[in-house]
Design a protein around this ligand. Structure first.
Ligand code: ATP
Length: 484
């Protein structure tokens, strides 16, 4: 028996020599990847490395230009589609969430389970999603009769994950989780990862794509690293370290080292003072000129509302907003990458009443280089970018504006480790130059880049922690405290 044959017999899925190009962009340049039954495979790589494209091929939503796809022992390369994938038990939760906003969660479940029909389908669908949410995310507080569009991004992510694990008549063989924890707080993320291990122990294979390398190292059995459309390293998770993973991804080790936590001198001038409008017993938020202030606590406890309140109350053009929920609040889908970057700076790019196109192009080109947006042409539509690269464009838009206050709503969703570290440095430099930042993050680790942080619970500010107190323990402790 050949090596390839024995691999196929032992695997849940085998992808061989997969190629895919989008015009001039070679997204997949001959990828070989094997997934075993009952294993969790970590898939990591820089923004634009090709991870999501490869997963779309496996999910049947993209047809590769070349290559072979075998599920179990069946070669499905010739005829494969999203419904074939589903019949083979392949499910996916992509970064750009796909629930229909005007349908309830139960109705969204019906879309993927055609077996739910006849009288009583709705009650079955409600039960199916409700029980799965309870199993994965105990205490989730999501009403399955709510329309998906009324949920916040973290709740939508939870619902979409739960839906991927529901079973009716089709088997459950492989679940692809593309950045599944990007909008979840630390507690909810841990619930998911723990459930994922239980599911793997029951024989389901999972693929976990994440830029949180600690999670990949701790929760995956094997890790494959992609770089520029290829798998460049693949081995048991225990044989990688954080350092060797980062090196395989192509980021330099120094770049990926811990961020600087040195304290800075901050002016005493107040830029913002605000009290959450919806809470009665609450602390007050203040931000000084040049200060980086974090908002933390469990997801959905009023942090985004606070940012919007500050934005609404700010003087025109004095505040810029970076949305984490880029699909709903961030990117202009019909516009080019360049237009998405320059839109907030247009009034500074004009001469008289007219915008000077060469200034606009220069600004877009500068930011492409500065923040490393991976595209052959900034005139391409924004949706041609990978998820992390779209997020970089939103950073460029806010940092390229002249706003004194930058409000960031969990802005690092899907951004790779090398870029994150560069952006942290940019934020720090801008703060030193006098800009103020208010930064909601679901990644507790990220708070170390803040001078102070406010902890939110039930819409109120329940604690304020100084830079040297911003440890996971203290933040979680304060997140569960009842009042200040
Ligand atoms: N529909 C498309 N049209 C044009 N180019 C595309 C399209 N989809 C993906 N690409 C390009 O293919 C490359 C790989 O993108 P992909 O989304 O697979 O990367 P990724 O590794 O998932 O990145 P991220 O970590 O940012 O999610 C990128 O250069 C991206 O711009």
């Amino acid at each position: 028996m050949t090596g390839l044959m024995s691999d196929i017999l032992e695997s849940a899925v085998t992808l061989t020599a997969i190629e895919k190009s989008f015009g001039a962009v070679r997204a997949l340049a001959g990828v070989d990847l094997l997934l075993k039954p009952g294993e969790c495979l970590g898939l990591v790589g820089h923004n634009g490395a090709g991870k999501s494209t490869l997963m779309h091929v496996l999910a049947g939503t993209l047809k590769p230009d070349q290559g072979r796809l075998v599920i179990g022992t069946q070669d499905v390369s010739r005829q494969y589609s999203a419904s074939n994938a589903s019949a083979h038990g392949i499910r996916c939760v992509f970064q750009e969430l796909s629930l229909c906003p005007n349908l309830t969660l139960a109705e969204n479940v019906r879309i993927v389970h055609r077996a739910l029909k006849g009288i009583g389908w709705k009650a079955k669908a409600r039960r199916l999603i409700g029980e799965k949410l309870d199993e994965i995310f105990p205490g989730h507080g999501i009403d399955v009769d709510q329309e998906a569009g009324d949920l916040n991004i973290g709740q939508r992510q939870m619902a979409e994950i739960a839906r991927a694990f529901t079973v009716t008549d089709e088997p459950l063989r492989v679940v692809i989780l593309d950045e599944p924890t990007s909008s979840l707080d630390a507690v909810t993320a841990r619930q998911l990862l723990t459930f994922m291990r239980q599911e793997v122990a029951r024989g389901t294979s999972t693929i976990l794509i994440s830029h949180l390398l600690g999670d990949v190292l701790d929760y995956c059995d094997r890790i494959a690293v992609m770089k520029d459309g290829k798998v460049v390293a693949e081995k048991e998770a225990q044989n990688f370290t954080r350092h060797s993973l980062v090196a395989a991804m192509g980021a330099t080790a120094e770049k990926a080292g811990p961020g600087t936590t040195a304290r800075r001198r901050i002016s005493s001038a107040l830029t913002i003072e605000a009290t959450p409008l919806t809470a009665t017993q609450t602390g007050k938020l203040s931000v000084r000129k040049g200060e980086i202030v974090g908002l933390a606590g469990l997801a959905g406890h009023g942090q985004t509302r606070m940012l919007i309140q500050i934005f609404d109350g700010a003087r025109k053009h004095s505040a810029a907003f970076i949305a984490g929920d880029r699909q709903s609040d961030g990117v202009f889908n019909l516009w080019s990458i360049g237009e998405n970057v320059t839109v907030s700076a247009l009034r500074h790019l004009r001469k008289g009443p007219l915008i000077r196109p060469e200034h606009e192009h220069n600004m877009a080109r500068n930011w492409k280089q500065r923040i490393g947006i991976r595209t052959p042409d900034m005139n391409n539509n924004i949706l041609t970018l990978s998820g992390g690269n779209q997020q970089k464009a939103l950073f460029a838009r806010a940092l390229g504006s002249k706003a004194d206050i930058v409000l960031m709503d969990d802005p690092m969703r899907g951004v790779d480790i090398g870029t994150k570290l560069e952006v942290y440095e940019m934020i720090r430099a801008e703060a030193e130059a006098g800009r103020s930042f208010v930064w909601y993050t679901t990644e507790i680790d990220e708070l170390k880049h803040c001078d102070r942080a406010y902890i939110f619970r039930n819409g109120a500010i329940v604690a304020e922690l100084q830079g040297d107190e911003l440890s996971e323990d203290k933040v979680l402790h304060a997140s569960f405290a009842e009042s200040a």
